[in-house]
Ligand binder design. Structure first.
Ligand code: NDP
Length: 602
């Protein structure tokens, strides 16, 4: 048998391990997650909405059937699936000025989805929409969110530029009181929480960040009034500007080539390089994707989900770099199930991982002409340590004379920000504009964080109870003591890289729960025993992966280098098995969460 191209010789593995360890040590900071600062208080302007037209309205004090918190794809899909179940009074409450969620906020130049559009965009069959490109631009995705909302009449009762500030269960009426920052206080029989996970922009806590006198903003609040242009480029406002961008994650990779085109000079402040694989975006036809039959989009996304979840599947319809990497993940998962079995890990995964990473490092060397710059752009960690990125434009941008890569790994990022620029080591760089592509806090807004206080039966606050006892749910959706509250997201649930697919399955489940409760005139509330049983189910085969993530370079995947905690945080057998389990449960056991109401449903 011949070794795959880029496979390491046996003696190279040891050297590679040592290199990865040193790179990790170079980057780990004692302050971990505390190195970041939020976009609140004096930094609140970093989070304000540049796209919304603010309109005045009177506070609402009425009653709706379902309040859906969040108007991203989670909320839109929940609204759609509820409509399909015949629910009329659906009110979606959204912080942004329109539907779209991530795609509403992230409008930076070059924004694209790096999951294939034909599996990522939901409800293609129902809307009859066919994406033009294999990987859709963000604006097309945002418009699709609007298209769905229009088709399923979700604008009718939606509240935009509105943030829910508390949810309180009222025992007398068996409804939730939903309060917002605009003075609303209305009742909802059911609440679906779809607030997303990577929603709060984070800024680096670089000393002096508040002193910068140039123009500064976060990529998720792009200031086109300053840069000019659109998400397709043409930023004429930058033609005479020295621009700095901090961050080379999935966002930085997309925006940097666009800035390189338009800025007088671009400084890219890199701390850890991403893996940047081939993009190969191209126009597609209905024939290419088999869009000539009903149900084609459902089949395609199921096929993608099965492959990236490591399930046996004969054909690969999407055939891209995600599906090409699925085999690698498949090799990694068994070593999470057999703790301490490093021999197995080495034999099955490590060699394949090294081959993949060697391939990606040689891609840098081929694309970047200056060897010193190329060396700095090479990622030295295992493939699954960080979110992979994909671009055919990123590396060539560093061959331009107006682009400078500033590696900040040795100084743990930019050391200081002054009135006029930044300091890295001995170098002071003057800048007109500083852009933060520094990502988002993970799950910091949701109801578990307590930022959105939820008071259930007897005034119990969900975040307090969970802080003491750990998260308690049935299937991730419902919790004892919090009737008619349905949570979407990945906690005690299952996730996948194609998150809209996961959200759609969750939306269908939420809508089925509401429909069943309506049909029976019942409340939805699992027993404590049902929660216990679910937690035991997900704990039983919970993977032991903390050791793997603790060997990775820091980032949001591993709590800035501390490792990813083990424990019953997600269903361990993947999204495909989880969706099957939910379907069976809806058919056979859904009645177990339906409780008799004390009051008549008004
Ligand atoms: P990330 O958290 O992935 O990246 C943040 C970047 O900022 C990292 O490169 C980080 O470096 C860098 N950084 C942070 N602090 C400093 C500092 N003090 N000095 C220098 N650099 C610093 O955020 P992104 O917005 O890129 O991506 C977030 C997620 O959003 C992705 O992982 C993905 O899930 C999603 N996304 C999806 C896209 C899609 O196409 N589907 C497109 C874009 C984003 P370091 O690594 O060293 O911490």
């Amino acid at each position: 048998m011949t070794a795959p191209p880029h496979a390491p010789a046996p003696h190279e593995l040891g050297a590679l391990r040592q290199r990865y360890r040193l790179e990790r040590e170079r980057r780990v900071r004692p302050d971990g997650v505390a190195q970041y600062r939020g976009t609140d208080a004096e930094f609140g302007y970093y989070a304000s909405d540049p796209y919304a037209v603010q309109t005045e309205r009177d506070p609402l004090h009425d009653t709706v059937d379902v309040a859906v918190i969040g108007g991203g794809f989670g909320g839109i899909l929940a609204g759609t699936r509820l409509r399909q179940q015949g629910v009329k009074g659906v009110r979606i409450i959204e912080r942004g000025g329109d539907f779209g969620g991530t795609w509403y906020w992230n409008r930076y130049p070059g924004v694209h989805c790096d999951v294939e559009s034909h599996v990522y965009l939901p409800l293609l069959d129902e809307t009859g929409y066919l994406p033009e490109w294999k990987y859709a631009p963000g604006e097309e995705i945002r418009r699709h969110a609007v298209r769905i909302a229009r088709k399923f009449d979700l604008y009718a009762d939606a509240l935009f530029s509105t943030e829910v500030t508390s949810l309180t269960w009222d025992e007398a009426t068996e409804t939730w009181t939903v309060a917002t920052q605009r003075g609303d206080s209305f009742r909802a029989t059911y609440v679906v929480n779809a607030t997303g996970t990577l929603t709060e922009p984070k800024l680096p806590g670089i000393p002096g960040i508040e002193n910068f006198q140039g123009h500064a903003f976060h990529t998720s609040r792009w200031d086109y009034a300053y840069t000019g242009g659109t998400s397709e480029g043409g930023m004429s406002g930058l033609a005479d500007k020295r621009v700095g961008i901090v961050g080379t994650g999935a966002t930085g990779i997309q925006v940097i080539p666009m800035l390189a085109e338009d800025a007088a000079h671009l400084y890219v402040f890199q701390r850890t390089p991403s893996t940047v694989d081939e993009r190969a975006n191209r126009r597609t036809t209905a024939e290419d994707v088999g869009a000539d039959r009903e149900g084609w989009a459902y089949e395609r996304r199921e096929n993608f989900l099965r492959i990236v979840s490591g399930e046996p599947e004969g054909k690969d319809l999407v055939a891209d770099r995600w599906t090409a990497s699925a085999g690698l993940l498949e090799k990694l998962l068994p070593s999470f199930r057999r703790p301490g079995d490093r021999k197995d890990f080495e034999a099955a995964y490590e060699v394949a991982d090294a081959a993949r990473m060697n391939e990606l490092r040689s891609r840098v060397a081929r694309a970047v002409t200056d060897p010193e710059t190329a060396e700095k752009l090479k990622p030295w960690y295992r493939y699954a340590c960080k979110r992979p990125a994909f671009s055919d434009l990123y590396y060539p941008a560093f061959n331009r004379s107006n682009v400078t890569l500033v590696d900040t790994a040795d100084t743990h990022g930019i050391e200081r920000i002054t009135e006029n620029g930044v300091v890295v080591g001995d170098t002071v760089l003057e800048l007109d504009c500083l852009i933060f592509a520094t990502g988002f806090f993970v799950g910091s807004f949701g109801i578990h964080s307590g930022k959105l206080p939820v008071h259930g039966r007897g005034g119990t606050q969900l975040a307090h109870t969970w802080a003491q006892q750990g998260p308690r749910t049935l299937h991730g959706f419902t919790s004892h003591g919090f009737p008619n509250l349905i949570q979407m997201g990945s906690l005690q649930n299952a996730s996948s890289v194609n998150f809209t697919h996961v959200l759609d399955e969750q939306a269908a489940h939420a809508a089925a729960l509401v429909a069943a409760a309506e049909a029976e005139g019942a409340l939805i509330e699992p027993s404590r025993e049902a929660e216990d049983a679910w937690i035991a189910t997900i704990a039983e085969d919970a993977p032991d992966h903390e050791w793997f993530h603790a060997e990775c370079t820091p980032g949001y995947y591993n709590r800035e280098g501390r490792g990813r905690p083990n424990g019953p945080t997600a269903y361990p057998h993947g999204a495909v098995a989880f969706h099957q389990l939910l379907e069976r449960w809806r058919e056979e056991s859904m009645g177990e969460v339906l409780r008799t109401r004390a009051t008549a449903r008004s």
